[in-house]
Design a protein around this ligand. Structure first.
Ligand SMILES: [Fe+2]
Ligand SMILES: [Fe+2]
Length: 289
């Protein structure tokens, strides 16, 4: 009998190079958490500040996009079983983020109307290319990783701090997998590379876009969200607690690292991205990393 790779718990891993999501599934079972791991009994109402309520509502509105996003990904990748399976695994974890924040908000004596959450249902439209869609998700995950990490560090309310710490770890793992699938897409369709660079520039290109998340571009104008907290408020709180700007700097550094690996261009600042886009457009030789 041939020896088989096993997971840390000794479960044999599925040997199938085309089923990357099977390894992700097994890996996530060790890395992830469940609602009962949150120390709900440790909740401290006296440590909840009004801006935490605004932040949590913004996070809920952002995380509740998971259904629309999963629907969009399954539509756009209908021909790709492995990625679609990953999208389902990813969606399950994002649902947990959404519900954990909702429970915390109720403990704090607030809630979000179901109609607000339900207004997030409509599927996302397809991106300009499949690689651009995946790259957008890389950006979303990296931004969420650092936003949650930064707010967790400053958070005195222990339950919200615990949720943020755990969710941040999930978002970082999600980013890695979206990078994997973007790389795979570009290996099959290198002509989509320019759209990946443009995606980075569209969302991160100007200082106006600091502490902003792509979801606010897609869903920020829904009538149901008028006068309601959105992901913009969540990111505004990230900006407030990231006093030195060091977490935002780390976030940008991580994005440049991922997008350098993905595109083959050495990207350390936005002018590099602009130059890379111009190079792609003119069809000249790309710089090597
Ligand atoms: Fe999330
Ligand atoms: Fe995520």
């Amino acid at each position: 009998m041939k020896s088989q790779t096993t997971s840390p718990a000794g479960v044999p891993l599925l040997e199938d190079d085309q089923m990357h999501s099977a390894r992700v599934f097994a890996g996530y079972q060790h890395a992830t958490w469940e609602l009962h791991h949150i120390p709900w009994d440790a909740f401290r109402a006296d440590l909840v500040l009004p801006e935490h309520i605004v932040f949590a509502k913004g996070a809920i509105v952002g995380e509740s996009n998971v259904v629309a996003a999963t629907h969009g990904l399954l539509n756009e990748f209908a021909m790709d079983y492995d990625f679609s399976q990953f999208a389902c695994i990813w969606g399950y974890q994002e649902i947990q983020h959404h519900l954990a924040f909702q429970i915390w908000l109720q403990l704090a004596g607030h809630s979000i109307a179901f109609g607000t959450t339900a207004s997030m249902r409509e599927a996302y439209p397809p991106g300009v290319t499949r690689a651009a869609t995946l790259a957008t998700n890389v950006i979303c995950e990296v931004l969420a990783t650092h936003a949650y990490r930064s707010v967790a560090r400053s958070m005195h309310e222990p339950v919200l701090a615990a949720i943020l710490k755990k969710a941040s770890g999930d978002e970082a793992r999600h980013a890695r997998e979206f990078v994997h699938y973007t790389a795979q897409q570009l290996a099959e369709r290198p002509e989509e590379r320019a759209s990946v660079l443009e995606t980075l520039y569209i969302y991160m290109g100007t200082t106006r876009d600091m502490y902003r998340h792509p979801v606010s571009r897609f869903k920020g104008n829904l009538p149901e969200l008028e006068n309601h907290e959105t992901i913009d408020e969540m990111f505004a709180y990230f900006a407030k607690v990231d006093v030195s700007g060091s977490e935002w700097a780390k976030c940008c550094e991580q994005l440049f690292k991922y997008f350098s690996t993905l595109t083959g261009y050495k990207l350390t600042k936005m002018s590099d991205v602009r130059r890379a886009i111009a190079t792609e457009e003119s069809g000249t030789e790309k710089a090597s990393v």
